[in-house]
Design a protein around this ligand. Structure first.
Ligand SMILES: Cc1cc2nc3c(=O)[nH]c(=O)nc-3n(C[C@H](O)[C@H](O)[C@H](O)COP(=O)(O)OP(=O)(O)OC[C@H]3O[C@@H](n4cnc5c(N)ncnc54)[C@H](O)[C@@H]3O)c2cc1C
Length: 328
């Protein structure tokens, strides 16, 4: 009989695990959100679409390039060659060259995950609330205390604090303590301004904002002009995490206007998204690509093991797969 594996989280790490293990194990993938994306999410309405999590990704390893190759061939993943600038409140803008390929998924950032999902057995809108030891295996329960199933193995690809809530600390030891996740605010704007700045995206320095992108200029999109995503710095988000959200939104809108010279009255809609666990702090100690207790049949992986980023999520999951394949 194939081992039964529960995977928590259907972001890039969870989907990588599920795809790679699907032929040798019975995989059940649980995702609390209604749709696929995780931190590579896309939010849509009738006219606009915002990639409010990851903005782009690089592909340095052979394994990640191999995963992407068919998706590049089908134009689900497209190289992004933006006109990118650097902005700062106290310096003139300067152009910022990129020295390696940067990719986005199309038509939305979550398109890569949707394409990867294929025929996998994914339980959306299913939050795993409890992981309980039972008869030498594991039982999973949802937020209504309903049994989701019994499994031989449990692997969490949820962001670190959510993984820490779910998996018994006594079995994963202190290894999780050295990782840390940082917050971020995303501002999702529509701007009715015929005279938008000429750049496609901007890295921002010395400001509460760290990044501005005109999403309608991303490749493979068919959305109205004036679709903007702006991200705060992690530091600023941490200091204002529990502030009144309307005030946070207003402050970030004002920074956007000051940096881009877009008039406040040109902003026709604004939404704020608070990511409590957005990015990973750099890991100072020698890195482990994943966390594994083979005896207990518990594991955890995700971008946070390797200092964050899309490729880190893949690398962490892929490295765990290689070890699990030898143990299953
Ligand atoms: C604002 C922002 C900007 C970013 N910019 C970039 C960028 O430009 N380039 C880059 O490379 N990276 C960027 N990143 C980081 C990148 O998005 C992540 O590194 C990557 O998407 C992480 O993938 P993952 O699979 O490890 O985690 P996630 O995508 O977070 O997937 C984990 C999944 O677990 C689910 N989950 C959590 N708890 C439970 C539970 N109890 N039950 C069921 N499901 C659960 C979540 O809903 C989520 O879908 C950015 C992230 C953010 C937030």
């Amino acid at each position: 009989m194939k081992p039964r594996i529960a995977i928590i989280g259907a972001g890039l790490a969870g989907l990588t695990l599920a795809r790679e293990l699907n032929s040798i194990a019975d995989i059940s993938l649980f995702e609390k959100a209604r749709g696929l994306g995780g931190r590579m999410s896309t939010r849509r309405n009738d006219t606009h679409q915002w990639d409010h999590g990851a903005q782009f990704f690089t592909a340095r390893s052979r394994a990640f390039n191999a995963l992407l190759a068919p998706f590049i061939a089908s134009a689900t993943v497209v190289e992004w060659q933006p006109n990118i600038t650097t902005l700062s409140p106290d310096q003139a803008p300067f152009k910022r060259p990129w020295f390696e390929p940067h990719y986005v998924a199309a038509p939305g950032m979550n398109s890569l995950l949707k394409a990867m999902a294929g025929e996998l057995d994914i339980h959306l809108s299913t939050r795993v609330e409890q992981v309980r030891a039972h008869n030498g295996g594991w039982q999973l329960f949802d937020d209504k205390a309903q049994l989701l199933g019994e499994f031989d193995w449990v692997v969490s690809s949820a962001p670190l604090p959510q993984t820490q809530e779910l998996l018994p600390k006594s079995l994963l030891g202190d290894s999780l303590d050295r990782y840390q996740m940082l917050p971020c605010y995303s501002l999702l704007l529509t701007v009715a301004d015929a005279d938008l700045p000429h750049f496609d995206a901007a890295k921002v320095n010395n400001d509460p904002l760290s990044w501005i992108s005109f999403n309608h200029r991303l490749p493979g999109r068919n959305i109205q002009a004036g679709t903007v995503v702006a991200h705060s710095t992690a530091d600023w988000a941490a200091r204002h995490l529990e502030d009144d959200q309307a005030q946070v939104k207003q402050q970030l809108i004002e920074r956007f206007c000051a940096l881009t010279q877009v008039a406040l009255k040109a902003i026709t809609s604004a939404q704020l998204h608070r990511w409590r666990y957005a990015l990973s702090a750099e890991v100072t100690e020698p890195e482990a690509e994943f966390v594994l207790n083979s005896q207990a049949k518990l594991a955890a992986c995700g971008d946070w093991c390797l200092g964050g980023r899309v490729e880190a999520a893949f690398t962490s999951a892929y490295a765990l797969v290689q070890v699990l394949k030898a143990q299953l």
